[in-house]
Write a protein that binds this ligand. Structure first.
Ligand code: AMP
Ligand code: MG
Length: 499
């Protein structure tokens, strides 16, 4: 494996690498591999600014740095060790097989953030993989990361995309690329499982202490900081998964190695947004049993968090029985936590400022009508935000194949709104428009952008999509076509990890 450091050293990153200071079993140091002919597709300049990076240096040296060809000064490149349950089966050793953590920076808000290259070559954890990424999945992750950010959903961010000028060999030969990801950290449920699988309780404790310091410093003085940590992670995940449901997001591969401790969405390879609403929607080609279907996500979240709880048992209490009791009391609250977040967000989506007992039923009736009539999830809520006049109502109803149930529902909704005191019609509309996006990264648009890039090296659709998705809650009259659901021939029924 070649590794050349350019003599004209580049220090665009004020690195401060805390993970690299952890005990050696946490990671394996690994320099990135060389790319043949790197070309900078995209640099996220606003994010680079937020991270306190030298944007001019990155514009100049970005192709070399973000391909892995030039390791910037201060980086301490490494691959992180982790384990994980993949579709329910435990794999004791996974780890970064095609990702290399360059290091960490403290951003302008004082937050520590990881900068990681994905697709920059093999590591100690590559098993039979080539450590590389194809252009399509890199663009997909770029688009969805930034869309999630603009939608207000915690997720890892996209700092850069480069093409390598080298082929990668999948079912077909594809252009290679490297994705540069920014995360609050890359610590996963599976990172804890890695130590538990080795009977390394000191490792679990060191990791938990590190996580409390980095992500939950306010818990340090709790009576039982580890139990408080577990509660806090459950809370963040419950809130996160509720947000996914509010925007019609399906992660696609919610393995325990793809669930962060920070509460950010991560590793959404085969993810997709629903067009028409159906609770059982699955896109991922590898999710044959629908384990990670849209409406299964909260339950899977709980399952994954139960696995996290198992790893923390020895830290909860020296008495094993007591430890299990404590873990159970936390995981049993998860369902209620999730329901609170979900219901609060759904109330907002239908424009309610007050709380009534019948609200859940009202929301479920709308979802049932949407499912029975193949209503487009995003469009229906956006048009409901603007409902009022007969014409505006008709636009909402036109998203349903069979509008009768939706028409009856509108009457029930208006009756409920009449008791939603303290809010004018204009307030209600405005409040709904900032939670019901006009634009989501629709699958067919992503596919079109990827195809143009892969087949014709044309990145204009990728750029257009990024600019539309940067303002998902604004009407962008020049881009109404991006609001629309796919035509029958444009529908994407399956997505792939592309690994
Ligand atoms: P993911 O599906 O991206 O969450 O990855 C699951 C596991 O497979 C992780 O340990 C990855 O590092 C590894 N992996 C995925 N793709 C590759 C690849 N092309 N080369 C090496 N390892 C890979
Ligand atoms: Mg993963």
């Amino acid at each position: 494996m070649t590794f050349a450091l350019d003599t004209s050293t580049s220090r665009p990153f004020p690195f401060d690498n805390s993970y690299a200071r952890l005990p050696q079993q946490f990671f394996t140091r690994q320099a990135p591999s060389q790319a043949a002919e790197p070309w900078l597709i995209k640099l996220n300049e606003p994010l680079a600014e937020e991270l306190g990076l030298d944007v001019e240096a990155l514009k100049r040296d970005g192709a070399a740095i973000f391909s892995g060809n030039l390791v910037p000064e201060g980086a301490d490149p490494l691959a992180m060790a982790y384990a994980g349950h993949q579709f329910g089966s435990f794999v004791p050793l996974l780890g970064d097989g095609r990702a290399i953590l360059l290091g960490e920076v403290i951003d302008r808000n004082g937050q520590r953030r990881d900068i990681q290259l994905k697709g920059a070559g093999q590591t100690a954890y590559s098993r039979r993989g080539d450590g590389r990424a194809a252009l399509g999945p890199v663009l997909r992750e770029y688009i969805v990361s930034e869309a999630m950010y603009a939608l207000g959903v915690p997720a890892t961010r996209a700092l850069a995309a480069v093409s390598t000028g080298q082929p990668v060999y999948r079912e077909s030969i594809l252009p290679g690329a490297v994705f540069t990801r920014v995360a609050a950290s890359h610590i996963r449920v599976g990172t804890f499982q890695f130590f538990t699988a080795r009977g390394d309780t000191d490792g679990v404790r060191a990791l938990a202490d590190y996580v409390i310091d980095r992500h939950y410093p306010e818990l340090k003085d709790s009576d039982n900081p580890y139990l408080a940590l577990y509660e806090a992670v459950c809370e963040r995940q419950a809130a996160l998964i509720a947000r996914w449901l509010h925007i019609g997001f399906i992660h696609g591969v919610m393995n325990t190695d793809n669930m962060t401790i920070s509460g950010e969405t991560i590793d959404f390879g085969p993810c997709a947004f629903m067009d028409e609403y159906h609770a059982g929607t699955v896109f991922s080609s590898i999710d044959q049993g629908g384990r990670y279907a849209y409406a299964n996500q909260p339950g899977v979240g709980q399952w994954n968090l139960a696995r996290l709880g198992e790893t923390l048992l020895p830290l909860f209490d020296a008495d094993a029985e007591k430890a299990v009791e404590l873990a159970n009391s936390v995981i049993q609250q998860y369902g209620e936590r999730f329901q609170i977040h979900w219901l609060r967000g759904m109330r907002e989506k239908i424009g309610l400022a007050t709380v009534e007992d019948g609200d859940l039923d009202l929301i479920q009736s709308l979802l049932a009508a949407m499912q029975a009539s193949q209503a487009d999830f995003t469009l229906a809520f956006r048009r409901l935000s603007d409902a009022g006049s007969a014409d505006e109502d008709a636009l909402f109803l036109s998203t349903f194949r069979e509008p009768d149930a939706a028409r009856e529902w509108l009457a029930r909704w208006r009756d409920r709104l009449s008791r939603d005191e303290g809010r004018t019609e204009a307030d209600r509309r405005a409040a709904m428009r900032v939670v019901n996006p006009a634009f989501i990264p629709r699958n067919h648009r992503i596919e079109q952008a990827i195809n143009a890039a892969v087949e014709d090296a044309d990145f204009s659709l990728f750029e257009a999509l990024l600019s539309v998705l940067a303002k998902p809650y604004d009407d962008q009259p020049g881009f109404v076509a991006y609001m629309e659901r796919p035509k029958p021939e444009e529908r994407v029924l399956q997505t792939f990890c592309g690994t």
